[in-house]
Design a binder for this molecule. Structure first.
Ligand code: NCD
Ligand code: ZN
Ligand code: ZN
Length: 391
């Protein structure tokens, strides 16, 4: 297979073609190669496949909110080749037994590659299937399970697993200080592989030591506002926080951007559920910033592909290079659209970004040499996605 377009490689933008054999990239060149199976994307951009390191695919007893098929369809539509799924499911993913069961379901339903985090619990053996441990400090560390949380962290550290933390101290409410205090405390443990997820404030970010972090589009774009459906944990802070966080993304002090895709039903949102789907809005929102000159394309690709791959330890994803997987995202930087939640592939058809005008859209997503989204249509099949630990 041959892919033609403007390829964003570690050597810069190459107008040329990418030769793919099976699941891998075998050559990238400026030469006019020929192949009976050619995808010619013309002037469109071919980016390393985007990776969302924080999503909630739900499934199990919460399949009415989202399941692994609908969630990974949303990922394919949004330009993501891989997603990392959080363990706050029903039942929780907090043992090898539940993890094996989830893997069994995911291997049948996933359209894109997936990884799992395991929650605080019995971690023995989970390093074989999970990318890391997820710690939800408000309900674990700060709610009478401090010792149990520390034991899980110790296990993760001892087995080379990444620890990803939702850092908030609920005794300080939903303030920047709640985030700052929790981040200071968790960083104080001096872990080798620590990642703070969905950082929402300047105060929080300023406390990070010896850890990587991510933020989400809503913290970058919605500071100081509260449109319908925008309730989320951590809460959206002020305008200055948004400006600070965007500047930190530009400078690399925030390494990654995740969506925290958190689907709920409208009636649950009305009753106060926190979170909203993000897989189908993240890339268009951020490409709009690129078009406005507020974020460089290189930083976007770093935060959404290279760095998530590096942080998660995915050696064959994250850049377009010989030998890596042919997982890539094709983008039309000039295409304009409006965010219409009723058109989401996610089961959760709501968004605080409803009605936003965006410029820059994903037009194709390929996972290991196979198209899963083409011309904005999801063409992938359940069962193609693989556990990232097995790649
Ligand atoms: C998430 C969810 O709904 O699972 N909600 C949220 O507000 N972000 C949980 C979480 O990521 O903290
Ligand atoms: Zn969280
Ligand atoms: Zn989350």
């Amino acid at each position: 297979m041959l892919v033609k377009g403007r390829l964003l490689t570690p050597r810069g933008l190459i107008e040329g073609c990418m030769k793919v054999e099976g699941e891998r990239i075998v050559r990238i060149s400026r030469l006019g190669e020929r192949d009976p199976q050619t995808y010619d994307f013309g002037g469109k951009l071919v980016l390393p496949g985007l990776i969302d390191m924080h999503v909630h695919l739900r499934d199990f007893d919460l399949s009415y909110k989202e399941d692994i098929k609908s969630g990974t369809s949303a990922a394919a539509a949004g330009g993501f080749v891989a997603v990392a799924d959080m363990p706050n499911t029903k039942p929780r993913v907090d043992s090898l037994e539940v993890l094996k069961w989830r893997e069994e379901i995911a291997r049948q339903k996933a359209l894109v590659d997936y990884g799992f985090y395991v929650g605080v619990g019995r971690l023995e053996g989970t390093e074989k299937l999970a990318l890391g441990l997820k710690v939800f400090m408000p309900q674990e560390y700060y709610s009478g399970q401090r010792e149990k949380t520390l034991r899980s962290i110790e296990y993760a550290e001892g087995h080379g697993m990444l620890t990803v933390v939702h850092a908030e101290d609920p005794s300080l409410g939903e303030t920047p200080e709640a985030e700052a205090h929790a981040i200071r405390e968790i960083c104080g443990l001096g872990l080798r592989r620590l990642h703070i997820t969905h950082v929402s404030s300047r105060a929080g970010h300023s406390q990070i030591r010896g850890a990587t972090c991510d933020t989400c589009p809503h913290y970058l774009l919605l500071g100081g506002s509260s449109p319908p459906h925008s309730k989320v944990h951590p809460s959206i802070k002020g305008r200055e926080d948004s400006e600070y966080l965007l500047q930190a993304v530009r400078r690399g002090g925030i390494q990654a951007i995740s969506s925290d895709h958190a689907p709920h039903l409208p009636e649950e949102k009305a009753e106060g559920a926190a979170g909203f789907p993000g897989l189908e809005t993240s890339l268009p929102l951020l490409l709009t910033l690129v078009n406005k000159g507020e974020l460089s394309l290189e930083r976007l690709v770093s935060a959404m592909a290279e760095q998530p791959a590096r942080i998660l330890g995915l050696k064959r994803l994250g850049s377009l290079e010989e030998g890596k997987y042919a997982s890539f995202t094709v983008v039309d930087l000039k295409a304009e659209s409006v965010i219409r939640p009723e058109e989401f592939r996610s089961k959760s058809k709501l968004s605080p970004f409803e009605g936003w005008k965006v410029r820059g859209l994903p037009v194709a997503t390929f996972v290991r040499g196979k198209p899963v989204m083409l011309e904005e249509e999801v063409v992938g099949e359940p069962g193609w996605g693989k556990n990232l630990k097995f790649l």
